[in-house]
Design a protein around this ligand. Structure first.
Ligand SMILES: [Zn+2]
Length: 304
């Protein structure tokens, strides 16, 4: 799946992010800042992972192919509705950029759009990303959410994924959904894998988002699971981000469902940790990403 906008200070609306996924996992990579925004002091949270569009482009960047050969007359609207492959909806970044640029500056300052409409396995994917930045300077802050494998196999690609993370120490990476998926339950010891990464200086550039109702359902499944997760987040409060991973939600109640689903978790986090996970980590990472991307755009204008 994949995401798009990261949003700052939402209390009532939408936002979106970045994340790359490895099979079960999704994570996001980003690069770059924005004019200083003074958020309302009473806002609820930032949202580092949010999709403005869904799998049939009523809002998402990754398009589920409607293959008549696979699903007959029933057109799928969700990526697990079909075995047909996902593909990258090529118009999505241009569409998002146009919508973003049409916003007044004060609203633009509240979003950090990410580039998502590309195939990360294409050898020329990096060229594509450069071209998007040069075509729409001043818009994007990074790339992702993108998935490396459609989910389905537990831990199957963990080692490959870890070595991928290690190869990009200069890239800020957010691993989405804590590495779990709708059909990929956290394997026994999953939090140990997360902790190992948090503990290893080779992964100091790797962060985790706790988005998605499907990840939340595992975290709040039992008091033990919630307590174990809370202990880890309290131990590494700078490395986790709250976000919804909502996909084109129709209203605010649906949009904030995950936020309230996490009530048992919020109750076990320290005040300082809550502040970081909901607000400060997002602001720190995405502000820095904006600065870096704007600088790159300045140094690499179109036509160079
Ligand atoms: Zn997502």
């Amino acid at each position: 799946m994949n995401g798009i906008f990261a949003k700052r200070c939402l209390a009532l609306s939408l936002a979106a992010v970045l994340a790359v996924g490895v099979a079960p996992a999704a994570m996001a990579a980003m690069a770059a800042k924005k004019p200083k925004v003074e958020p309302a002091p009473d806002y609820l949270t930032n949202d580092s992972h949010f999709h403005l569009t869904n799998y049939i482009q009523e809002g998402i960047t990754l398009q589920q192919q409607w293959s008549h050969r696979v699903t007959g007359d029933g057109a799928p609207t969700y990526y697990l509705d079909t075995d047909a492959p996902l593909y990258y909806y090529s118009f999505t970044d241009a569409y998002i950029a146009q919508q973003y640029l049409a916003l007044p500056p004060k609203d633009r300052a509240r979003f950090d759009p990410m580039i998502t409409g590309f195939n990360p396995t294409d050898m020329y994917a990096a060229d594509h990303i450069r071209r998007v930045l040069q075509t729409f300077p001043g818009v994007f802050s990074g790339i992702g959410e993108f998935s490396i494998h459609k989910e389905g196999r537990d831990r199957a690609y963990l080692e490959e994924f870890r070595s991928l993370l290690k190869r990009h120490p200069q890239t800020t990476i957010i691993w989405a959904h804590l590495g779990v998926g709708r059909v990929v339950a956290p394997a026994k010891g999953h939090l140990d894998i997360v902790e190992e990464i948090l503990n290893d200086p080779a992964f100091a550039h790797v962060y985790f988002d706790i988005s998605w109702d499907q990840a939340a359902k595992y975290i709040i499944a039992t008091p033990e699971a919630t307590a174990k997760t809370a202990a880890l987040i309290n131990q590494y409060p700078d490395r986790f981000l709250f976000c919804t991973d909502e996909v084109a939600p129709p209203d605010q109640a649906k949009y904030l469902k995950v936020f309230y689903q996490y009530d048992p978790l919020w109750a076990l986090l320290t005040t300082e940790t809550v502040q970081k996970v909901r607000k400060d980590n997002y602001a720190r990472l995405f502000d820095a990403a904006r600065v870096k991307v704007r600088a790159w755009e300045k140094a690499n204008p179109a036509g160079q």
